[in-house]
Design a protein around this ligand. Structure first.
Ligand code: AHR
Length: 648
């Protein structure tokens, strides 16, 4: 009987022991040697410097309960008595009632409020309501929380200071930080305050925000907001850990605000940018098509500031008259107001203070923002009325007339919604696939027409693993990226989607995402690291190369940066077997003997990172020796590698 027993695995090369003879033998797990011939001496087409960017929308609690720093869930009191927010918690002898009052609010945008009627209360027996945050409230030691609330009181309530806001530990009930508002008036007013914590032994998210009233009377409140320190200290800003993860992807642009979120389920629920700017109290918020409410605290200006903070250019998607539920606006006079909205939006982004909308922006942000790309709609191939050609053309003509330098992107190239009347500058192609499908499709753009519109791969992802993708997905992604890079003379911009997911059981609407987080912690998926590796080693010119003798699971891309004298070689081995590879740098005068290698690898395609085990699959950097004009490497099974080779 000639059975074999696996006894070890080193660098993906399995070593087996014959049970009969006891002799070690190398199994055929290592594929036949292959050759990669790189034309290192020749400069090819330019790599698009904006190839890698971010795509984002309000999905999976990406902003509310995610990137947007607000700690209070439902700060506008839409869902009082929802199990996760605004539960009455009268202390001791306190007595009172709460209700949503639709007859009074601080603004036209927020015409309702929370009415708290307190029959009996004092400082030790307060009538309170607890808010559980976004499935937890992270509270850190020696930290200042910046807060505000709109409030007013009746004659009884305004007789003295009545309202307090506190951060409370769930288990112990300990007050971690607290602030008492001054006496209210009978008119709506906004109160700003801070809460500072002392030392905290263990940082957790098992805390709550307590809004309490400490004297009898009626109090109305609206828009209670509590922010932790934010990225770059921006007021109304973003979560620090998530911004740092995004910065690690070296993104060149941000596509916003969607995605389906741009369109809305109905026209009324589209991303109506004019309702997302100015003071928060003037933003009514709206329903996201992903089935939850957005306060629009992350509004147009906040998207632009996010771009500014990460040095990304905006890829601005404007609403184009089609919504997810199927409603559309016919091209012609009916569409004109929407076209005007888009022109106004572009003016808000780029105009100086002498323009109407530029002046509006300048009140909050004096400098204009750069803008090159504007996308007209999102996935308009779903429009059964087939009106996209007409709609796109109307937007195109109006925008080009006023802003001829802008590059306009068509969101559709299919199903009777192909734009024929004018020529879009770019076409947005979307790919959601399994890894196997991406492996087969890596040559998708190799022979594509170079004379027509450029390509924006505006959404793409290997959909394997949830809530964030696994290493098998990272292999699919990396293989696909080699194809995009080799064709980056045609593909000007590309962005993975979706980017963010709150991994709480309440948080996810889409099953395969790049970055996961809960109220306290965050992590990148293996796909995240694959992207960070590619975007961090992009190069400036495409280098021709030819692969021979490898199976159909080895993928490559070669670029170089002549000014820096660096060749970037990316190799993806999606097979479990190691691959010996002879690499020839033809045309190179000299090759540095040591090279930097960054490798992401795992023992199985199911390997992944999670909120509790965030660093199982991460890139490892090393120095490789023996690099020469011709050298041989073993590419481990299930690995993604980026080499930085010094070449003159
Ligand atoms: O990325 C998730 C969704 O997929 C986007 O909102 C939409 O554009 C696409 O169908």
């Amino acid at each position: 009987m000639n059975r074999t027993v696996k006894i070890a695995a080193v660098l993906g090369v399995a070593v087996w022991m014959s049970a009969v003879t006891g002799q070690a033998q190398q199994a055929s797990a290592q594929a036949q040697a292959a050759t990669l011939t790189i034309d290192a001496g020749k400069a090819g087409a330019k790599v698009s410097p904006t190839l890698y960017g971010l795509m984002t929308e309000e999905i999976n609690y990406s902003y509310e309960g995610g990137l947007y720093g607000e700690l209070v869930q439902d700060r506008t009191f839409l869902n009082i008595r929802d199990p996760s927010n605004w539960i009455p918690v009268p202390q001791g002898t306190a007595r009172g009632t709460v209700a949503r009052d639709a007859t009074t609010g601080p603004s036209t945008a927020l015409p309702a409020s929370l009415k708290i009627t307190v029959e009996q209360a004092d400082a030790k027996n307060a009538y309170g309501l607890r808010n559980g945050g976004w499935w937890g409230v992270p509270v850190r030691g020696n930290t200042t929380y910046v807060a505000s609330v709109w409030a007013k009181g009746d004659a009884a309530a305004v007789g003295g200071a009545a309202v307090r806001v506190s951060l409370i530990a769930d288990d112990s009930g300990k007050v971690l930080a607290s602030a008492k508002l001054p006496a209210l008036t009978t008119e709506w007013g906004q109160y700003f305050f801070t809460m500072k914590t002392g030392a905290i032994a263990k940082v957790t998210a098992a805390n709550q925000i307590l809004l309490s009233v400490e004297r009898p009377g009626t109090v109305w409140v609206q828009q209670l907001s509590v922010f932790p320190p934010t990225y770059k200290g921006r007021a109304n800003g973003n979560r620090v850990d998530l911004m740092e993860l995004l910065a690690g992807m070296h993104p060149a642009f941000l596509r916003f605000p969607g995605g389906n979120y741009l369109e809305g389920q109905t026209i009324a629920d589209r991303f109506n940018w004019k309702k997302t700017i100015g003071p928060l109290v003037d933003r009514p918020g709206h329903a996201s098509p992903w089935k939850y409410h957005s306060t629009d605290g992350m509004g147009l200006l906040e998207f632009l500031e996010w771009c500014e903070d990460l040095k990304m250019q905006p890829v601005l998607a404007v609403y184009a008259g089609y919504s997810l539920g199927g409603e559309h606006v016919a091209p012609g006079p009916d569409l004109e107001p929407y076209v005007q909205d888009a022109l106004d939006e572009i003016e808000y982004v780029t105009g100086d203070a002498t323009t109407k909308w530029g002046a509006e922006r300048a009140k909050m942000h004096p400098a204009a923002f750069p803008l090159t790309y504007v996308e007209i709609g999102n996935e308009d191939f779903f429009d059964k009325s087939q009106s996209y050609d007409g709609r796109f053309t109307q937007f195109y003509r109006a925008i080009k007339a006023k802003y001829p330098a802008l590059q306009l992107i068509s969101s559709s190239n299919a199903r009777g919604n192909v734009v024929k009347s004018v020529t879009p500058d770019l076409i947005d192609d979307h790919y959601y696939k399994r890894a196997e499908e991406f492996f087969k499709d890596v040559h998708h753009y190799d022979a594509a027409d170079r004379t027509g519109p450029k390509i924006f791969v505006g959404e793409w992802a290997t959909r394997e693993g949830m809530p964030t993708t696994n290493f098998g997905a990272a292999l699919g992604d990396a293989a696909w990226m080699t194809g995009m890079e080799r064709n980056s003379d045609l593909i000007a911009i590309a962005s993975y989607a979706p980017l963010l997911v709150n991994v709480d059981p309440n948080g996810m609407q889409w099953q395969s995402n790049l970055i996961g987080y809960d109220a306290l912690r965050s992590y990148g998926s293996p796909s995240y690291y694959a992207q960070a590796m590619f975007a961090g080693h992009i190069g400036t010119e495409i280098v021709a190369a030819a692969l021979e003798g490898a199976g159909d699971r080895l993928f490559y891309s070669v670029t170089k940066d002549s000014a820096k004298g660096i060749v970037y070689l990316k190799l993806v081995n999606a097979s479990s077997a190691a691959q010996e590879l002879r690499i020839s740098l033809d045309g190179a005068k000299t090759v540095k003997a040591t090279a930097k290698l960054v490798r992401l690898s795992a023992g199985s395609t199911a390997a992944t990172n999670t909120i509790n085990d965030p660093k199982r699959v991460v890139p490892v950097e090393s120095t490789v020796t023996g690099v020469a004009k011709t050298f041989t490497r073993t590419v481990p099974g299930y690995s993604i590698e980026v080499y930085e080779i010094g070449v003159q």
